[in-house]
Design a protein around this ligand. Structure first.
Ligand code: PAF
Length: 284
């Protein structure tokens, strides 16, 4: 396994790989690897000859009062884990390499970026799209694998890829959960033991909404059921959103005759930590 920090060097390696007609899978990450990332890597590895991961805590996707500085980082541990997973290359640039010079170009997927997480985190998805497009241009993957835990991110990246005619195939894997249902995330590290114990309430609330829909209740009632659970938990300091949407369009759920999948998604604040999660309710 090789660690590369420079863009030019990466492009040269990628050219040689392409000359040999080998295919590349990419798993973009911000590091502090967990079981979710490892599942992405395992899946990605099956789909191409060589596996690249990127480890870059992307400043462009953090707001001024967000956790960019304290975002957990442990490159040596990440490197060990990546090696165990059979990663061929880690692309690990610094911010100067990615955004140095007079950087002025950003990519935005309109509308989809201003609902749900985008409401609370203006500019977040613009930062994500920009860095992911840069990674695609540098590494030229045939396939890139993302987690469904960041469902909105995934939808936005698919839309970017379609609208900009990118050649990369975007693939997704299901959310990896702890035994008690909490979605694995690098940010879970911020939770103290009592907060950690209470954090699965988010998943439980999504399941409560799903149960309400299954029983034939409407969207409002289902959202209410979920919020009731969240509001009853003293550790939940705020509900950013609890949204039920069409899983394909992220627009409103159309009438009951429409059988498309339903996204039940939420973001909450536990202490200083923002947690997000979602599940898909399949109507057919
Ligand atoms: O999901 C993440 O970890 C990040 O948003 C990503 C896709 C690596 C871009 O920085």
């Amino acid at each position: 396994m090789k660690v590369i920090t420079g863009i030019d060097q990466t492009k040269k390696i990628v050219s040689l790989i392409k000359e040999k007609k080998l295919t590349i899978a990419l798993v973009p990450t911000m590091g502090y690897l967990h079981q979710g990332h490892l599942s992405l890597m395992r899946e990605a590895k099956k789909k191409a000859d060589l596996l690249f991961i990127s480890i870059f805590v992307n400043p462009a996707q953090f707001g001024p009062s967000e956790d960019f500085e304290k975002y957990p980082r442990d490159f040596n541990r990440d490197r060990r884990l990546a090696e165990q997973e059979g990663v061929s290359y880690i692309f690990h640039p610094d911010a100067q390499e990615m955004y140095g010079g007079d950087f002025k170009t950003f990519v935005q997927v309109e509308e989809l970026d201003s609902i749900m997480c985008g409401q609370r985190r203006p500019g977040h998805f613009r930062g994500v799209c920009t860095v992911v497009l840069k990674l695609f241009n540098i590494i030229k993957p045939d396939i890139a694998v993302f987690g469904q835990k960041d469902y909105q991110q995934l939808a936005i990246l698919k839309k970017m890829s379609k609208d900009l005619n990118l050649d990369v195939k975007i693939s997704a894997i299901e959310t990896v959960r702890e035994n008690d249902g909490l979605a694995v995330s690098s940010r879970n590290k911020y939770l103290d033991p009592r907060q950690r114990e209470n954090a699965p309430v988010l998943y439980k609330s999504l399941k409560a909404a799903e149960e309400a829909l299954r029983k034939g209740f409407g969207i409002q009632r289902a959202e209410k059921e979920a919020c009731r659970l969240l509001e009853a938990n003293d550790f939940v300091k705020g509900i950013d959103y609890l949204d039920i949407r069409d899983a394909r369009t992220l627009g409103p759920v159309l009438d009951k005759k429409n059988k498309s999948d339903i996204l039940i998604a939420g973001a909450i604040q536990i202490g200083d930590t923002r947690l997000i999660d979602n599940i898909i309710y399949r109507r057919s």
